[in-house]
Write a protein that binds this ligand. Structure first.
Ligand SMILES: NC(=O)c1ccc[n+]([C@@H]2O[C@H](COP(=O)([O-])OP(=O)(O)OC[C@H]3O[C@@H](n4cnc5c(N)ncnc54)[C@H](O)[C@@H]3O)[C@@H](O)[C@H]2O)c1
Length: 371
């Protein structure tokens, strides 16, 4: 429910894959019908907006954001456009006085990110920015364990934040833009790992990176665009290191080069133990903790089981990407500062922009933002 006890009225901007796919936003809003109702959808490919309108029974469809802002009753807009459009479209959404839930990254320049935060602050609007990982119980539990000293002082972390790229599978829409300047795997995938590790350890102080293009042309392997040759203009191979101060470091990848992996998604090595976060579909427990002296005189692995943790995990699992809307409604209704805050997203963006700068100059760069 919104401030007035009615479901929050939501406009959807962009009727592409993350809007309609089974793990996306629209199919999973059924779980929070009492909290949010979609009143409109807009996409410049108007047939796509109309198709989603039919499929999800949405009252109005539009061919542009401007028309939707003009013609629909909305309290908030969910921005599901491709990465380069996030900054300019989110600015219009906030200027029109609507709360915002946006796909990652928040924007592609620091100027845009600062402006979005300023507009939201001045108008008393809430911004929720993907990725949602820090809302997941296993990340929140890991955050608590680290803060309570369960693995002692953290020395370093290894974060896997890549996949094989949208051209390596059977993407339903044209995946070309993911490989082009202004997008790329750092902004599309590395952003997850950067949010995760800064969410767990706090803001980073410095970044240093290597970054490059693995192959100048990628060929789409399957789906309706099978065989299409994509010219790669964004760096598709990024490895970065973060310095959190006090000799705590992390290494994060953000590439379209991990076709398969068996290692944990995240490994955090502390002086008193280790925490692994595993991929949900890996078959391994989602969190594992190794503790020196788990019981007196014996060190070993501990796997959390059952209880509230499992139930919460199920709720989050059901919401999938609609969790962004769920979080936005909760924050607006309860006047809460979002866990998925714009300030955190701006810090992640500064890291990503400085990855390219650091790779070009060969220097470690100081980070100035925090959250
Ligand atoms: N596809 C996924 O599995 C996935 C998963 C998580 C997050 N995301 C994120 O979701 C966002 C969209 O990705 P996608 O895969 O759905 O892309 P997509 O290309 O399938 O869809 C994007 C849609 O936005 C529309 N669009 C373009 N410019 C627009 C504008 N100015 N106003 C309104 N609509 C506009 C396009 O016509 C298209 O229908 C990206 O930020 C991406 O990082 C995607």
């Amino acid at each position: 429910m919104s401030e007035n006890g009615q479901p929050m009225r939501i406009g959807i901007l962009g009727a592409g894959m993350i809007a309609v796919v089974n793990y996306g936003v629209l199919p999973n809003l059924v779980h929070i019908r009492d909290k949010a109702e979609v009143t409109a959808i807009a996409d410049p490919v108007f047939e796509r907006a109309q198709e989603a309108q039919r499929q999800f029974n949405i009252p109005k469809a539009f061919a542009s954001l401007e028309e939707m802002l003009e013609g629909a009753e909305m309290d908030a807009v969910v921005n599901l456009t491709p990465i380069p459009f996030h900054g300019p479209t989110s600015k219009k959404i906030l200027q029109a006085g609507k709360h915002l839930a946006t796909e990652k990254p928040l924007a592609t320049t620091m100027e845009e990110a600062n402006e979005l935060i300023e507009i939201a602050d001045s108008k008393g609007l809430t911004i929720v920015c993907s990725p949602p990982d820090m809302l997941y119980p296993h990340y929140q539990e890991t955050q608590r364990l680290i803060a309570e000293g369960a693995i002692g002082k953290v020395a370093f972390a290894k974060v896997r934040s890549s996949h094989g790229g949208p051209a390596s599978g059977a993407w339903p829409n044209d995946p070309t833009w993911f490989y082009q300047k202004g997008s790329g795997p750092l902004l599309d995938m590395g952003v997850y790992g950067i949010h995760e590790i800064t969410g767990l350890l706090g803001p980073a102080k410095r970044v240093v990176a290597f970054s490059g293009i693995t192959e100048p042309v990628r060929t789409v392997r399957g789906g309706p665009f099978k065989g299409k040759q994509i010219e790669v203009t964004a760096n598709d191979n990024n490895l970065l290191m973060l310095d959190f101060g006090g000799s705590t470091f992390a290494v994060v990848d953000g590439t379209f080069n991990v076709n398969a992996a068996k290692s944990p998604k995240l490994e955090i090595f502390g002086r008193e133990g280790t925490i692994n976060i595993n991929d949900p579909f890996s078959g391994a427990p989602i969190v594992e903790i190794y503790r020196v002296d788990a019981v007196p005189g014996i060190s070993g692995w501990i796997t959390p089981v059952g209880g509230a943790f499992a139930r919460q995990q199920e709720r989050v699992g059901n919401l999938r990407r609609a969790i962004l809307v769920d979080h936005l409604v909760d924050c607006v209704r309860e006047g809460k500062r979002p866990v998925l805050s714009a300030e955190h997203a701006r810090h992640a963006l500064e890291i990503m922009l400085k990855v390219e700068e650091s790779a070009a100059s060969g220097c470690a760069l100081d980070l100035t933002t925090t959250f």
